[in-house]
Design a protein around this ligand. Structure first.
Ligand code: NDP
Length: 399
């Protein structure tokens, strides 16, 4: 049925690529293109023999002029961007130049400022509309499935949603005192930033990790969780009617937080370049080089993730609450895809989003976030492709 060009060959791409190969009726042909071609070739060697035809290529996605000839020669239906947030705009430019649909899992972030916002990508809306192509932004788990959960709650259970709490719990243990579950640079930039939530029409800023709650997560148990700013808050505030407050919480263990504090105190998480032996180095990039590669955590990680949304609002004049979540087992994910659950929960939704675009079920020219589409086919696909969800109509609320 279709062809996808997948850019990047890291933890998340490893899952998306395998899922595309499992879904060969839709993904007849894929090209894996990344900075380090040997990684693409190694994955191709593992997966060859199935029905999906796999090609590989080297590309530096920082350069639109390298991407354009690649897209022109392969002619994909959709480009799935699973490189880093820094490459979003160069890849969107290449999609515009070649009139090709686009999907990613994280919003654009300039390399020299730890600040992510949709404004740079939303600014492409008119250009994409005029070119007759679509961009689907943030189609991982969070952002991604959390937006689909919200659209599903809004469609089926609420006239108005007033409060949303997004809870992201990683109950997994990799046995290291400190490691990050996905790209360390992106992860540490995110968790060392100030917290932010939206209430009564305005953003409220907090110090990093200032607001802590304890929650008893289904299938995991009690965990400490901290309020963070997360990118789907920006689009959900815009797209959910009647909203009064939205917050995002993520769990962190004490060992992670103690190490992070220490690294911050000595300047290792800074993105300001410093002089070192006559060279300029960025401390956070150096730290990334000494930390365990997230891809190596897969075989060691035991336990589960639980990511979901708690909604409060009204239906037919009556108050109601609704919790929808997915539980994903690190070891089951690894058995299937050689990746732990963080990559799995991101990589599967990216495949599903691209599938719905190729099938024409989610297709309209412009730039969109996932909650702007009919959630039902996506919710069905989550059950089918390895991320089944659970519902609770009487959940414990977060104070
Ligand atoms: P990794 O670091 O494991 O992989 C990134 C891949 O992109 C690597 O293969 C890397 O190449 C490649 N890459 C980096 N720069 C370039 C470039 N200039 N040109 C071509 N390829 C490049 O990251 P993850 O797989 O963990 O994360 C991928 C994306 O998913 C990130 O944007 C991350 O923010 C996002 N994410 C989204 C989540 C969600 O739920 N929405 C959750 C987790 C992650 P090389 O091998 O040479 O380094």
């Amino acid at each position: 049925m279709g062809k996808a060009l997948i850019i990047g060959c890291g933890g998340v791409a490893n899952v998306t690529i395998r899922k595309c190969c499992q879904n060969s009726d839709v993904f007849e042909e894929i090209m894996i293109a990344s900075r380090t071609k040997s990684k693409c070739d190694a994955l191709k060697a593992k997966l060859e023999g199935g029905k999906t035809k796999i090609h590989t290529a080297q590309v530096d996605a920082d350069y639109t002029d390298q991407l354009i000839p690649l897209i022109e020669s392969f002619k994909p239906d959709v480009v799935i961007n699973l490189a880093l947030p820094y490459q979003d705009l160069t890849i969107m430019d290449a999609c515009l130049a070649t009139k090709t649909h686009y999907l990613d899992t994280a919003n654009y972030e300039p390399k020299d400022t730890a600040k992510f916002e949709y404004k740079w990508q939303w600014a492409y809306k008119e250009k994409f509309e005029k070119a007759g192509i679509m961009a689907l932004l943030g189609c991982g788990f969070d952002p991604g499935v959390t937006g689909v959960f919200t659209a599903y709650a809004q469609k089926h259970y609420f006239d108005e949603i007033h409060y949303i709490d997004i809870l992201d719990c990683n109950g997994g243990d990799h046995g290291y005192p400190f490691a990050t579950n996905f790209n360390p640079e992106i992860n540490i930039r995110e968790v060392t930033s100030k917290g932010r939530y939206w209430e009564n029409g305005r953003w409220v800023e907090t110090e990093p990790m200032e607001i802590k709650r304890v929650y008893d997560f289904p299938q995991i148990g009690e965990k400490d969780m901290y309020l963070l700013y997360h990118e789907e808050l920006e689009s959900l505030v815009k797209n959910v009617r009647g909203l009064k407050r939205i917050r995002f919480f993520m769990t962190f263990g004490q060992s992670y937080l103690t190490h992070l504090k220490c690294l911050q105190n000595v300047g290792m998480t800074s993105i300001e370049p410093i002089d070192f032996n006559g060279m300029k180095i960025v401390p956070l990039q150096f730290l990334k080089a000494v930390l365990p590669d997230p891809a190596s955590l897969g075989p060691r990680t035991k336990g589960k993730t639980n990511i979901g949304c708690i909604f409060q609002g009204i239906k037919d004049g009556k108050e109601r609450t609704y919790y929808v979540y997915n539980v994903c087992d690190h070891q089951e994910s690894y058995k299937e895809t050689e990746s732990q659950a963080i990559s799995y929960t991101t990589g599967v939704p990216a495949m599903i989003g691209a599938m719905l675009m190729i099938q024409g079920k989610w297709m309209k020219p412009g730039v969109y976030n996932v909650e702007e589409f009919d959630p039902d086919p996506f919710m069905d696909a989550l059950n089918k492709w390895g991320l089944p969800w659970h519902e609770d109509f009487n959940p414990v609320l977060v104070d």
